[in-house]
Design a binder for this molecule. Sequence first.
Ligand code: PLP
Length: 445
Amino acid sequence: MRPLLLRVHPVPLNPRQPTLWRGLVTARKIATADVKYSPRRFGSPIDHMTSYAPSTNIAELRESATIAASARAKALRAAGRPVIDLGAGEPDFPTPAFVMADAHRALDAGATRYTQVEGILPLREIIAERASALHGGERITADQVIVTAGTKQALFNACFSVFGTGDEVLVPTPGWTSYYEMLALARATPIAVRGARERQLKLSPSDLARSSTSRTRGLILNSPCNPTGAVYSRDQLSDIVAFAAERDWWILSDEIYRAISYDGEASSLLSVASSTDRLVVVDGVAKSFAMTGWRIGWSIAPRSLTRSMAALQSHTTSNATTISQHAALAALSNPAAATEAIATMVGEFKRRRDAALELLQAASVDVIEPQGAFYLYIRIGDVTHEDPEPGTTFARRLLEEHDVAVVPGAAFRSPEWIRVSYAAPAEQVMEGVRRIIAARISWGL
Ligand code: PLP
């Protein structure tokens, strides 16, 4: 067989921007006899890769600021700096032992092959069963569920399949960093909508009304919220659902932190919305079961949309990792063990939250009182001409001068704030918070 050689010729994309290059790929078939396969011989086309410029698909894409902040803290630690990492977005607990045991068993039984794109049936069935129990209305079935490589993929599938060019989508702001980027990748326009401080930055229908236009096609909801920890009450969700239904908008409800809430279980949109026609609910095991690395999430959506999202996934990742699906199945099908594991973790988060809040409030720090998730959202100061990102400036100095890593609020489109994670050992959380308070005082903030 003849090998295929790809040659990349850089050509200027725009003559007025000589540094911007586009790779023009030409494929040439070269007879085996023509070519000696030495790496040296093929050095030239590979060198041209240095002229890579991002495609129009990702030219505007920004890397995940939360992942970048966490990577920086890890790198500093690896280099020997005694950094207290309060940037992490993952529980500092091990995956529960009963989940690990079942995953081992599944692996020994040979769960190593492709599954259906949508995921193994028993897992989809149990997800549908739990969704039906929440919804109470029309039964939700396994053909409305897709198991994905993390909740991230479920959100991406939904953003990409529901929204497109010209569509505006309202994003509660501060909001999780990837919503904005995923919508932009789908060529839709994310519209950042700010909620009022006295409502813990949560949105109301009047906020939505203010930001909507004839192009608005839907909104994202995230309760409990990353980064604020705010939880929408049932009534608040009902008002939003009614407002969206009148306008035939889609709602993407990201419920990944729902199990981590401190004043009773946070409401799911499944239990609030009477119709699921324009609703996509995404969830996963990452936060509630301390299973971030297993990468299992899912979507619950109308059947027609589910088919489209499965087609999309069939061309990207196919099924979520098989062994991880079995681990997620174990997590969801052992309610007694799951309840105990979650209660232990949430109890510890609550203790840390209470202790940290006490310190912050005693020092008159402007902090959102979180009712869920595991973050404290702290206001640093106003945006000014001299400093358009006070949260970023504070986070940078805090890391450099006090060895504490936090995530700047700019990652969540609210540059006045910083996010402090208490998914870290209690003594580190308290020491980090003490240093934040001391830094504010010594910098006159
Ligand atoms: N949604 C929110 C609000 C998150 O904070 C995260 C992770 O940090 C995700 C989705 C992604 O979750 P997963 O790890 O399941 O992809």
